[in-house]
Write a protein that binds this ligand. Sequence first.
Ligand code: ZN
Length: 147
Amino acid sequence: MDITNLYQDIILDHNRRPRNFRAMEDADRTAEGNNPLCGDQLKLWVRMDGDQIADVSFTATGCAISRASASIMTTTVKGKTRAEAESLFQQFRTLVTGGKAVDERPLGSMAVFSGVSKFPARVKCASLSWHTLRSALDARPDPISTE
Ligand code: ZN
């Protein structure tokens, strides 16, 4: 099977049936992210158990890439520690900005976004959920920027 088609299928599936797509009532952290270039809007909820991400959920409007990225991101970081999530963020950023070869294994399904490195505008779409997660975990009032 053509790897590009396989990746597209995964992205379309997560866009159609996003995982963890709901508001969370007992969240202890929330953050919102916007990607004005494309019109993607994301709201993220996180519930921590000590240093571990016990639960994470989101709602979003926007393009298939941003919604699928958020869906896969939530399945990837659930159960991880903050440090592990930060490490995944760094690996994801390297992946979608291209250039360097990275070990895609820790990223799991996030590796499907390796193709977006050819499309700078799409990198913002794919990265929005990760920037928003980081803001939620940091719990700092920094504005979220996809720049
Ligand atoms: Zn987008």
